[in-house]
Ligand binder design. Structure first.
Ligand code: FES
Length: 99
């Protein structure tokens, strides 16, 4: 879709899912709406998936949080990114939060 308030040169692009587009020194990756987005199945009934973590209350010194949206224990990483990376050639991994 076009965004009429932006000049033609600033029109956002909508590449294929996972496609990376570099412009003016920036790299942007966009998920296409209508094909499920980046989140295939986690809490889809919610308008937006947001979680809050108090780092001081973590039980372990290092806690991995999922960034691939495929964890069965979301928002914690369960290692599912390994299967995703192998199947797709992607390179995603968790966010490690230190206590
Ligand atoms: S399971 Fe998603 S980053 Fe590890």
């Amino acid at each position: 879709p076009r965004h009429p308030r932006l000049p033609p040169t600033d029109q956002p692009t909508h590449p294929s899912p996972g496609r990376v587009r570099a412009r003016r020194g920036l790299v942007a990756v966009r998920a296409e709406a209508g094909v499920g987005g980046i989140n295939p199945s986690i809490r889809k009934e919610e308008e937006k998936v947001v979680d809050t973590v108090l780092a001081g209350e973590l039980s372990k010194p290092l806690t991995p949080y999922c960034r691939c949206w495929r964890s069965g224990t979301f928002p914690l990483c369960d290692g599912s990114h390994l299967k995703h990376n192998k199947a797709t050639g992607d390179n995603v991994g968790p966010l490690l939060v230190k206590k």
